[in-house]
Write a protein of this length. Structure first.
Length: 204
């Protein structure tokens, strides 16, 4: 059963003080920088964005999706920043709360697994039931779709209707995925209009 706003605020405070990936890291070793857990939302939110992990700009600003990926995601959703960052409307709960660092090619590493293990069940049991969860990227889809995700992200997003009305799988809005969007025009034609309609309904 969902908890109160006071309980949710207490949990957020605990998450923002978390140092698991530094003090008790798994086989990946400790986080290469100071933790800065990022999570947003309150008990009134009807939409949740279940993303991957903060990137370099977000680690610096402390504001989720405060980058070109966020610009694209807001465009997909058909909303401006004031609605996107209204915590009474939209919660943002990444798979990894901290920036995981960069890999050898300069890309972001995968979300740290310590976050989901320690916090994810607690977070989603503390929120009221969301009416729409945007499941962004493969890591989030694997966790939230409970074994129903397909073999590839493309296959999962292609059957987006199968996960409704609560879940809507999306590719990551990174500009690295511009090629994917060009190869899959059905996403803009079929998925985005449905996404915009639901977001407009739930944020009205």
């Amino acid at each position: 059963m969902a908890g109160s706003q006071a309980q949710l605020s207490k949990l957020f405070k605990e998450i923002r003080a978390c140092r698991n990936c530094v003090d008790e890291p798994g086989r990946r070793g400790p986080l290469p920088h100071a933790p800065r857990p990022i999570i947003r939302g309150n008990a009134k939110a009807r939409i949740c964005i279940a993303g991957q992990a903060p990137g370099t700009p977000v680690h610096a600003s402390g504001v989720p999706f405060d980058d070109p990926s966020g610009d694209r995601l807001r465009d997909w959703m058909g909303i401006h920043r004031d609605v996107f960052y209204d915590e009474s409307r939209i919660a943002i709960v990444p798979m990894g709360f901290c920036f995981p660092g960069l890999d050898a090619k300069g890309g972001d590493k995968p979300p740290r697994p310590e976050c989901a293990k320690a916090w994810r069940e607690k977070v989603f049991s503390s929120f009221p039931d969301f009416e729409l969860i945007l499941v962004v990227g493969g890591y989030a889809q694997k966790w939230h779709l409970s074994g129903r995700a397909k073999g590839t992200l493309t296959e999962t997003v292609q059957v987006w209707r199968d996960y409704g009305p609560t879940y809507l799988p999306l590719p990551h809005p990174s500009w690295r995925n511009t090629g994917w969007l060009k190869k899959n025009p059905w996403f803009g034609r079929d998925v985005l209009p449905a996404l915009k309609r639901e977001v407009a309904r739930l944020t009205a």
